[in-house]
Design a protein around this ligand. Structure first.
Ligand SMILES: [Zn+2]
Length: 453
C-alpha cells in the first residue's frame, strides 16, 4: 500500500488548545495512518533530513472544513440584492426568480462552480439543503431525482464530499396554504410522495450520503412532520430543518399551533441526535432546553444571518446548554468558514459588549468535527489515526496572516489564505488553485446564465 507522508509546519490536533509544530502525517488509502509530532529529541538536527520523502506543508494544517448548510443556487444572487431596502422576505422573492430559471444543466454548472469555490476555501464536505426538485410549475423530470443527481455530479467534479439533504417542501405558510408560483417546483404534494421520491434516489458514489430535511414549519404541515422524521430515522440519516430564522415564523406558529416551532418539532419527533436545526436565531429558553435535552445540534450561518438582517442567535447560551454547534454558508453571500467561525465569537461581543466567549478550539471544532458529524461523516474532521485524510493547509505568510501566531488563524485568515486542500487523501487544491475547475470563469458563466437579464 502506498503511504504518502506530509510534514506539517503546524497541525491542529484533536482537543489541543493550540496547534502543534512539526507534525508528520501519514496517509494510506484515503485515511490518516499515523500522526507523529516530532518532539525536540526526535527532530533532526538542522540540515539533516530524516523523512526525505515527506512533502513539507508550510503554514497551519487543520482538518477539513465542513459547510453544514448550503443552497448552491443562492450563489447566483451574491452582490445583486443590496440595491434597495427590504428584509428576508423581499430577498426571497429575488431568490425565487433565479430558482425559476434553473434546469438540470444550469444547476450542474452552477453547483459545480460553487462547490469548487468551497474547495478553494478549505471545505471538504458540504450539506446541500436541496428542494429544487421538479420542473418549473411542479411537473417531474423524466428521472424525478435529476436535480439531485446534478448535485452529486457537481460535488464529484469539485472533489468534495456531499450530504444531499433531500428537503420536503410542501406548503407555503404555517397554516398550510398551497405552494404558488416559483415554489411549485419545490413540492412533492405530500410527505408520503416526498418519501417515495427520496427513497428512490440511491447514489452509490463514495463521496455522497443522502439525508433528509424538513424545510421549515412553514413548509411541512404538522401532521406530516413525523413521516419525514421516520424516513430519516429508519436510515440513521442526518435530518436538518430551518428553525426560527425569523420572529414572524415563531409568531405564526404560535397563532396556528399554540406553540413554538421548536416545541412543534419536538412533539412530532423531529428533534434528536441526528437532527440539526439551522439558524435557531430566535429561540426561547424553553426551546433551547428542548434542543439540548434531545441532543439536537444547531448550524449557525452568521454571514447569511447578517446579510438577511435575521438577527444574532444565542450561540453562547447554546454552547453552555451543551448544544453541538456547526457552521454553514447558507446563501453564500460569503463562502469563508473562517469568517463564519469568528463571527460566532464577534457577534456575541457586539451583543454583550464583552470579549472571550469562545476559545479558538471551539471555533475550530464548529468548523470541522461538529460540521462533519451534523452531515453524517463522524469519521472526518479530525487529524487523527483512522480518520478520513482531509487536510487543509493555511498560509501563515500572506498579507493577512504574516506575524499571526497559528492559534490566531481563525481571527485573521480568510478563504484566500487556503494553500492546499486534500479530501480523502486526494489533493484537490494546490498552491491556492483548484486542480480541475477554473473557478472564477465557471462561476461567472454559471451565474450569468441564470440571472434575469
Ligand atoms: Zn437555508
Amino acid at each position: 500500500m502506498t503511504t504518502a507522508r506530509w510534514l506539517a509546519q503546524y497541525a491542529w490536533l484533536p482537543e489541543h488548545a493550540e496547534p502543534t509544530p512539526d507534525v508528520l502525517i501519514e496517509v494510506e488509502a484515503g485515511r490518516i495512518a499515523a500522526v507523529t509530532p516530532l518532539t525536540p529529541s526526535s527532530r533532526p538536527p538542522a540540515g539533516v533530513e530524516v523523512y526525505p520523502d515527506a512533502v513539507p506543508l508550510p503554514g497551519l494544517t487543520v482538518p477539513g472544513l465542513a459547510n453544514a448548510h448550503s443552497h448552491a443556487f443562492h450563489r447566483a444572487l451574491r452582490g445583486r440584492t443590496h440595491g434597495g431596502r427590504g428584509d428576508f422576505w423581499t430577498w426571497r422573492d429575488q431568490m425565487y426568480a433565479v430558482a425559476d430559471r434553473l434546469d438540470p444543466d444550469t444547476y450542474l454548472a452552477l453547483a459545480r462552480a460553487v462547490y469548487a469555490e468551497m474547495a478553494l476555501a478549505g471545505v471538504t464536505c458540504v450539506g446541500e439543503f436541496h428542494y429544487l426538485h421538479h420542473r418549473p410549475g411542479g411537473g417531474a423530470y423524466d428521472d424525478p431525482n435529476e436535480m439531485g443527481a446534478a448535485l452529486v455530479e457537481a460535488a464529484a467534479h469539485a472533489g468534495i464530499r456531499l450530504t444531499l439533504l433531500d428537503t420536503a417542501y410542501l406548503t407555503s405558510t404555517v397554516d398550510g396554504q398551497a405552494l404558488a408560483g416559483p415554489q411549485r417546483r419545490f413540492g412533492d404534494g405530500d410527505a408520503a410522495r416526498w418519501a417515495q421520491r427520496a427513497a428512490a434516489f440511491q447514489p452509490t458514489d463514495p463521496h455522497v450520503r443522502v439525508g433528509a430535511a424538513v424545510h421549515s414549519v412553514r413548509a411541512v404541515p404538522a401532521d406530516q412532520l413525523r413521516t419525514v422524521a421516520e424516513w430519516a430515522g429508519e436510515r440513521q440519516a442526518p435530518l436538518h430543518v430551518h428553525l426560527s430564522e425569523q420572529p414572524a415564523e415563531n409568531d405564526k406558529c404560535r397563532a396556528v399551533h399554540g406553540r413554538s416551532p421548536t416545541a412543534l418539532l419536538a412533539e412530532h419527533d423531529v428533534l434528536g441526535s441526528n437532527t440539526t436545526a439551522v439558524h435557531a436565531t430566535h429561540p426561547t429558553s424553553a426551546d433551547l432546553a428542548l434542543l439540548a435535552d434531545s441532543r439536537t445540534g444547531v448550524c449557525l450561518c452568521p454571514t447569511t444571518e447578517r446579510d438577511l438582517a435575521d438577527g444574532i442567535g444565542p450561540a453562547r447560551l447554546m454552547a453552555e446548554a451543551g448544544i453541538r454547534l456547526s457552521l454553514g454558508s447558507d446563501s453564500h453571500a460569503v463562502i469563508d468558514l473562517f469568517e463564519e467561525a469568528r463571527a460566532v465569537e464577534l457577534d456575541e461581543r457586539l451583543r454583550t459588549r464583552r470579549r472571550g466567549h469562545f476559545a479558538p478550539l471551539d471555533l475550530l471544532t464548529a468548523a470541522t468535527a461538529a460540521g462533519h458529524t451534523a452531515l453524517g461523516w463522524a469519521d472526518a474532521g479530525r487529524i487523527a489515526v483512522g480518520a478520513r485524510a482531509d487536510l487543509v493547509t493555511v498560509r501563515l505568510d500572506s498579507a493577512r496572516t504574516a506575524g499571526v501566531p497559528p492559534v490566531g488563524v481563525f481571527f485573521a485568515a480568510g478563504a484566500a489564505d487556503v494553500e492546499q486542500v486534500m479530501v480523502d487523501g486526494r489533493v484537490v487544491v494546490a498552491e491556492g488553485r483548484h486542480l480541475s475547475v477554473d473557478v472564477p470563469a465557471e462561476l461567472a458563466a454559471a451565474v450569468e446564465a441564470v440571472n434575469p437579464t
